[in-house]
Design a protein around this ligand. Structure first.
Ligand code: SF4
Ligand code: SF4
Length: 117
């Protein structure tokens, strides 16, 4: 599948919520709900594990992505993702990706590609 890169550098197509939604996999929904409830300290129900990806234009998004400030900002600025933004490295982005090194790495890779022309 083609990479679906979110504004923050996460790959939506590799996210278990996206995969469970698009393969309609209830076992994966349950497993993901258990794992994330433990990891993030809130109760996520299996039936709420549904997401179309944050750049899909759909309102069906998982958890934090429903209210994400990065997504909102990226849409307002009409940038492909944060790597393409003139304000790359802003506090809104940094506050989030400091905890997600693989997302930061993805954005850095895109930046390097843009800068190398
Ligand atoms: S909604 Fe925000 S946190 Fe979720 S994938 Fe999109 S940019 Fe990242
Ligand atoms: S200002 Fe920050 S959060 Fe907004 S699009 Fe640019 S890098 Fe992303």
């Amino acid at each position: 599948m083609t990479e679906m890169i979110s504004w923050c550098g996460l790959l939506c197509n590799e996210c278990p919520a996206f995969i469970a939604t698009h393969t309609n996999d209830d076992l994966l929904r349950e497993k993901t709900a258990k794992k994330w409830s433990k990891m993030f300290g809130f109760e996520l129900a299996a039936e709420d594990v549904n997401c179309d990806g944050c750049q899909s234009g759909s309102d069906r998004l998982i958890g934090h992505c429903q209210t994400c400030a990065i997504r909102k900002c990226g849409m307002e600025k009409q940038v492909k993702n944060c790597a393409h933004c003139n304000d790359y490295g802003c506090q809104t982005l940094e506050n989030f990706i400091q905890y997600i090194p693989h997302a930061k790495k993805k954005l850095e890779q895109i930046r390097a590609d843009i800068l190398s022309g």
